[in-house]
Design a binder for this molecule. Sequence first.
Ligand SMILES: [Zn+2]
Length: 475
Amino acid sequence: MRAALVLIDGARADVLRELLARGDLPNLARSVIEPGSLTTGTTVFPSTTGVAYIPFLFGRYPGSVGIPGIRWLDRRGAAGNWREQWRAARSYCGPQGGLLNSDIAPAPSIFDLVPDSIAICTPLTRGLPAGGHRIPLRRVILGAAAHYIGTYPALDRAVASAWLDAANESWRFLFVVFPGVDGISHLKDPHHPAVLESYRLVDRALGAFRARVERLGGEPPVFFVVSDHGMTVVREHHDTATFLESIGLPTLRHPTHVWRRGARAATMVSGNASVQLYFDPRSGRDTPRTESEIPASVLERLLASPAVRLAACRAGNGGISVRTRKGRARLSEESGLIRYEPQEGDPLGLRGSVELDDREMLSRTRDTDVPDAPRQLLQLFQAHRAGDLVLAAAPGYDFRGPWEIPEHQAGHGSLIAEHMEVPIAASVALPDAPIRTVDLMPTILERLDVAVPRGVMFDGVPASRITGVPEPLAR
Ligand SMILES: [Zn+2]
C-alpha cells in the first residue's frame, strides 16, 4: 500500500467544490472523490503556510511543537546583541526559512516513520532520506521569482513534472505541494481566473501521474488531496506595528525594524490576518505576560479596531482569556474537557457556557464564524514562544500595511471560517463527522499499516476512530 498527499496551498473548499460541479477537475472527481470522499475540514491557527503543514507531517498542532506562527519572537534573544536580535525576530518568509525544521520540537515526522518517502516543493523536510526532497533548488529560485513577479505557473509546472517523474520510482509515501493557488490569490483574489486555472493545473498533473502509474503496470496509491488554509480578499490593511508606533510605542517588526531602538512592543504577523504581540521585548524577560500584565489601554484600543475579530492571551489562572470589544470569556481544559465560560457577551458565539470533550467541541463550533476556536487557542498558547497577546482579523482585514512587496490583495492566518475551512478529499472513505487536518497523518499511517513507536503521540485521531460524534446543534 502506498499513499500520496497532495497539498494545494491556499485552496478554498467552496472554490474547489464549484470547480468540481462545473466538471473542471475531472481527474480529482474520477480518481479520488468518486471512489472515496470529499469533506470540509478545519486547519490550525494561525492558518498559514508552513505552520499549517505541521499537522500533515507531524500529526501535531503547531503550538504542541513550539511553532506559534510563521513569524515569532524569541524573548531572550531579543535582548541580546544585534546578531541575536536578528535571529530572535524569527521569520520563515526569507533567509531564516530553513530554521523551521530545527525549531520544531523533537517529534518524528511522517518521513521518519515512513522511510521510503519523497517530497516535492516543501519547506518541511525533516526526516526525509538523502535525495528524498525533489527540486529543492528550483523551489528556491522559481519560488523567489514567483513571489516577486508572480510566475507561479512556472513553479507549479516544475512540481507537476517532478511528480510525474516520481511515478517511475519506488516509494511508500509521496508529499506534493502546489504553491500557485496561494501565491496568485495573494496577488489578485481567491476567485480570479488565474487562480482557478491553478486548480486545473493540479488536476491535469494528477491525471498525468495516474496515467503514468497505470502505463507502468502499477496500482495507483491512496490519494489525499488537501489544503492548509482558505483565503479572503483584503479590503483594508490595519498595520498593527504602525498603529502601536502612532500611540507612542516603538515597535520591533519585520522586515527592516528588527533592531528598533527602545522597542516597547514587537509584532509578529502570520498570513497576514493574525498577529502576535510581545510587550517590552528588550527586557530579557523570558516569561510570557498574562492578561493583567498587558497594558489595558493598549488592549482596549486594539479591540476597538474593526480589523480585530478577537484577541486572546493567557489568563492569570492557567486558562486563556478571549476578548472582543464587548465580550470576554475564559477557555480552559481539564480532565479531557474543554470549558468555555463567557463573562461578558459571547466572543465565540457558542450561546453560553459550554463544557465538552475535544471532538464534541469541534462539532459544536463547526458552524460558528470561528470554527474550532477553543481548541486552536488552547493549542497555540501551549507554545511558550507564542506572543503575550494574539489578534485574529475580521473578514476583509489584515495586519500588515500596503507597503508590503508585493501588496497582499488577499490573505489568511485568522480564525475565521473562510481561513480555517479546507477541502479534504481522499480516495478512501472519510468519516461522516467533523475532521481536522491534524487527523490526516494518523489516518495515512493506519492506511500504510505503519506501527507507531511507543511513546509517540499525535494530536489527531485516525479516521477509523472518528465516529459517533453528534451533529452540530441547529442554530
Ligand atoms: Zn499565503
